[in-house]
Design a protein around this ligand. Structure first.
Ligand SMILES: *[C@@H]1O[C@H](CO)[C@@H](O)[C@H](O)[C@H]1NC(C)=O
Ligand SMILES: *[C@@H]1O[C@H](CO)[C@@H](O)[C@H](O)[C@H]1NC(C)=O
Ligand SMILES: *[C@@H]1O[C@H](CO)[C@@H](O)[C@H](O)[C@H]1NC(C)=O
Ligand SMILES: [Fe+2]
Length: 470
């Protein structure tokens, strides 16, 4: 911003100059929270922690997890690991109102990573489920059966309320356990987690000790066996380690976590889309090529025009590396993808982009930075009501600790930032309104440290800025 007008020549102009000075203060970005978390080291839970306990019984299924299994919510992928022998790959399931038991057959995969050999990883897709129905399911048939349940989403439609949880960069520290507990006990009750990448942080251990992928799977089972987590790949999923002969990126991640990418005509599990209730969710990969002509670029170019806002009003994008980030960590890492895709997000009026990677919390105003063309010098983000809100939610609590250093002054695009661990919920009410709130781990379960009413960009594109404009 610049100082507008000329210098005052009369006393009434002093009022004007004071107003201008006020604007200067307001222009200094949005709010940087005054909450300062107690400085303490983030440490991983030891291997013998309660959350990592191996379920008792011969060949008992462990690390049970589910995710959406098709494009619109009538299928579920059930995954689990057995360790003593392959065992049965059958899922038995029944809806609470029918009791007629059905079967789905899965497939077994194993992989090796340096000197680690995985257990028997099962993936079974249950199809033709009824919407909005509670199902019980059992895995471990023939040895040690274990029973879980899930609830399918309502049929896709424009005014279907639905609550998503948001978690990123979780890891398996004591703080990770707090984040998950706070999510579980949040009275807003998320029904599906949108996970923005960086799952286990096994790669922080010697030789990427894949035992830590197993412990992570057991840790999060208490949530992800009962509600789908929608996966995004982060840099900690790469497990690229040529020094120990591991040169195929994403090997542990792709063996353990399946996603329904083929249902959205994607050719790789790192970028895909799903519809769920009134939301259309596009998952992108910061660590797969996205330059022009690449598979991800081509897919997204064809994908965005397919989104029918009359059917799914809410257009949500998940990616790992944030485009708008005012912390001194991973600064500008999201820039190359922003350059490729931001104009499309504005054109197609994406409601919100969730990212992780930076281990802290930040929410932007609706801004865009798409005018720059190398020679015109127009390279400052501007307020843009067709642009998404960008939210960094990489504050799950992994062992790397918090990102605390911020760029100063707070950029104008940044509405709220705070270096604390936490999670968020995105609570869609109808086609025009969604209530978003962020919860830090140091408060009671119902406390909202940051919140915002989202007005849908297609149905109600009114100005929903939370800080006044300069
Ligand atoms: C893998 O190798 C490391 C050292 O290179 C060793 O400490 C570890 O015990 C080995 N693990 C297995 C499963 O052999
Ligand atoms: C993790 O959190 C759960 C639920 O709050 C608790 O029961 C458990 O003891 C915690 N475990 C660790 C190692 O902190
Ligand atoms: C949509 O939800 C908001 C918030 O709950 C409410 O104020 C509004 O009246 C709803 N709109 C319709 C058409 O029901
Ligand atoms: Fe990351």
């Amino acid at each position: 911003m610049g100082l507008r007008g000329s210098f005052p020549s009369s006393s009434s102009s002093w009022v004007a100059i004071i107003l201008v000075l006020n604007v200067v203060v307001m222009c200094n970005g949005g709010k940087t929270s005054t909450f300062v978390r107690k400085v303490e080291k983030t440490v991983d839970m030891p291997l013998d922690s309660d959350v990592f306990q191996i379920p008792p019984g011969y060949n008992a299924p462990q690390q049970v997890h589910i995710t959406q299994g098709d494009h619109f919510g009538k299928a579920v992928i059930v995954s689990w690991v057995t360790v003593d022998e392959p065992g049965s790959s059958t899922v038995i399931y029944w809806s609470e109102n029918s009791k007629e038991k059905k079967h789905a057959e899965g497939k077994i995969h194993t992989y090796k990573f340096y000197n680690y050999t995985s257990g028997f990883i099962h993936h079974a897709t249950i199809i033709n489920l009824k919407f909005n129905t509670k199902y019980q399911y059992v895995v471990g048939i023939g040895h040690t059966p274990r029973q879980f349940w899930f609830i399918t989403p309502p049929e896709v439609g424009p005014d279907v309320p639905y609550t998503f949880g948001l978690i990123g960069d979780l890891g398996q520290s004591f703080d990770s356990n707090k984040t998950l507990t706070h999510y579980e006990l949040n009275p807003q009750k998320g029904k599906t987690v949108l996970f923005v990448g960086d799952l286990s942080y096994a790669d922080n251990y010697p030789n990427h000790d894949n035992v830590r992928w197993d412990t992570w799977g057991r840790f999060v089972e208490r949530s992800v066996a009962y509600q789908p987590w929608i996966w995004t790949a982060g840099n900690h999923e790469l497990d690229f380690a040529p020094e120990i002969g591991e040169t195929k990126p994403f090997k542990p991640y792709t063996h353990r976590y399946h996603v329904p990418y083929k249902a959205s005509k994607s050719t790789a599990p790192f970028w895909y889309s799903i519809k769920r209730a009134s939301a259309y969710i596009i998952v992108l990969s910061s660590y797969s090529a996205y330059g022009k002509y690449t598979p991800q670029y081509t897919w997204l170019e064809e994908e965005l025009p397919k989104v029918n806002r009359a059917e799914t009003p809410w257009l949500i994008v998940l990616t790992h590396s944030p485009w708008y980030n005012s912390y001194n960590y991973h600064y500008m890492e999201g820039e190359t993808m922003r350059v490729m895709f931001e104009a499309w997000f504005v054109k197609y009026k994406v409601d919100v982009v969730f990212a992780g990677h930076v281990h802290a919390y930040e929410r932007s105003e609706r801004v865009s930075n798409i005018a720059y063309n190398v020679v015109n010098g127009i390279c400052t983000p501007v307020r843009d009501q067709s642009a998404p809100v960008y939210i960094t939610i990489g504050d799950g609590g992994n062992l790397e600790g918090l990102a605390t250093k911020m760029t100063e002054p707070q950029p104008e695009y940044s509405a709220y930032r705070e270096a604390s661990f936490g999670h968020a919920t995105f609570d869609i009410k109808n086609r025009t309104h969604a209530y978003y709130s962020w919860h830090r781990n140091h408060d009671g379960y119902a406390v909202e440290a940051d919140s915002m009413w989202f007005f849908n960009r297609y149905w109600s594109p009114v100005d929903d800025s939370t800080n006044s404009q300069s």
